[in-house]
Ligand binder design. Structure first.
Ligand code: AMP
Length: 117
């Protein structure tokens, strides 16, 4: 499996604006934020896409969602609402092949798809 920039962030080998880390997941701010709050939450174990998730990854995936909800509270965006996005492969525009959950909020986010058919 090829190493990714997110695996390097998890291991502390390259700098990132970390907001949370535990034994299962790491969260850091997106370098190109698309909303006032834009945080990425990743499993510490490198799993390329959601399609590669197996039984052993379920605790980390569940933790990612709980950490996203907690961070949304800390960011003060939980009451107004926020969006969680998991992009999988080409049609979703996945760029980094290490599963990551986008936490986006802090402004109205518009329709779910920019270009609905
Ligand atoms: P995706 O299109 O779902 O694969 O999203 C990848 C995201 O990773 C994009 O929003 C990028 O801005 C973000 N990104 C890429 N490199 C870094 C980095 N070194 N630190 C933080 N975010 C990054």
């Amino acid at each position: 499996m090829t190493d990714t920039i997110f695996a390097q962030i998890v291991r502390g080998e390259i700098p990132a604006d970390l907001v949370y880390q535990d034994e299962l997941v790491t969260a850091f701010r997106d370098v190109q934020p698309q909303a006032p709050t834009h945080i990425l939450i990743v499993p510490n174990k490198p799993v390329p896409t959601v399609a590669d998730v197996t039984d052993v990854d379920e605790p980390a995936l569940g933790r990612m969602i709980r950490v996203a909800a907690r961070l949304a509270e800390e960011e003060g965006i939980d009451e107004a609402g926020y969006r969680l996005i998991l992009n999988c492969r080409a049609h979703a525009g996945q760029e980094v092949f290490h599963v990551h959950l986008h936490l986006l909020g802090g402004r109205p986010l518009g329709r779910m798809l920019a270009d609905p058919e």
